[in-house]
Design a protein around this ligand. Structure first.
Ligand SMILES: [Zn+2]
Ligand SMILES: [Zn+2]
Length: 313
């Protein structure tokens, strides 16, 4: 059986079938909220720059033994397994990765998509992977399945006798508004301005009595203020304004159009009023974590924390 024979398109979704641990820096562990029923696990807090201490952008919300991934940067599955082992979170073991939400399709946020599609399948995921993302997500997933069709065919029909169900991917291309709800979580998407991307999304996740807002990549936006509005955690991308000021004019133009400085973020947080502002996707531009924290704190009196891979909130 070839992949072509088992591709079926259903209303609103495409079902496609057949077709050494990551370095774990010893980091201070954040205060956890294991009792709250919803844990936020930072899997990767990096950018396109391949920093070995910061995996590609990805985080997980874990509720009642189920994990929901947001973005899939390089190394995502190994970081998830590291978190599963370090903090005893079985929901982040590879076979249990079943839900993935994408903010946008920039490569630093999606290079781990084939990893999330295929590695858990090899590890005997029970059932298909659900992928939610902006328009273009279906083409991305379909292209990955095409690229790997020989591998998938061999794993299912070769001596491994892999379960074809584990290799199925259900794609849901979403628009702003309610995109997902089950007994654990409600996920709403909102549009954010990320330079010239036609569709870049942020997400608000309500789970276990907590509200978590994920900025994705964005310039400063009222959409963040509206989505957060006193939320428990705002996870927001950031760059150093001091470092930015040393960049050449073309780089300044790019970053000021696509991203948010720590000063701008501080102003934004003052209006959004998160109980915790968590910095991720950090563009240091040669500056230190303390410098960036200082910039944000100069404009926001609330709690600000520099996100680190594998920290749990
Ligand atoms: Zn990015
Ligand atoms: Zn981006």
């Amino acid at each position: 059986m070839t992949m072509r024979l088992v591709v079926a398109v259903l209303a609103g979704s495409t079902i496609i079938a057949g077709a050494s641990s990551a370095r774990t820096p010893l980091l201070p562990r954040a205060a956890t909220s294991a009792d709250s029923g919803a844990r936020l696990v930072l899997l990767g807090t990096g950018t396109p720059i391949p920093d070995p201490d910061r995996g590609g952008p990805s985080l997980a919300v874990v509720v009642n033994g189920t994990s929901y991934l947001f973005d899939a940067g390089p190394g995502v599955v190994r970081r998830a397994v590291a978190a599963a082992q370090r903090d005893s979170i079985p929901a982040l073991r590879a076979p249990n990765l079943r839900y993935l939400f994408l903010t946008h399709l920039h490569s630093d946020h999606t290079l781990g998509v084939p990893d999330v599609m295929l590695t858990p399948a090899v590890m005997h995921r029970k059932g298909p992977l659900h992928v939610y993302g902006p328009p273009g997500t279906r083409a991305l997933v379909t292209g990955i399945l095409r690229a790997y069709h020989e591998d998938i065919d061999l794993r299912i029909h070769g001596l491994e006798r892999g379960d074809s169900n584990a290799y199925r991917v259900l794609v849901h291309e979403v628009a702003p508004g309610l995109v997902y709800r089950d007994s654990n979580v409600t996920v709403r998407a909102f549009r954010v301005p990320h330079g010239s991307w036609r569709s870049a999304l942020g997400y608000r996740v309500d789970a276990g009595g907590r509200s978590i807002v994920i900025s994705g990549d964005t310039g400063p936006s009222d959409a963040i203020v509206d989505a957060c509005h006193g939320c428990d955690v705002l996870v927001h991308e950031v760059y150093s304004k001091k470092g930015f000021d040393r960049l050449d004019s073309a780089s300044r133009r790019y970053h000021s159009t696509f991203h948010t400085s720590a000063l701008e973020l501080g102003d934004l947080a003052t209006r959004a009023k998160p109980k915790l502002l968590l910095l991720t996707h950090v563009l240091f531009f040669g500056e230190s974590a303390d410098e960036i924290l200082g910039e944000a704190r100069s404009r926001f009196a609330g709690q600000v924390v520099m996100g680190m891979d594998l920290s749990v909130y």
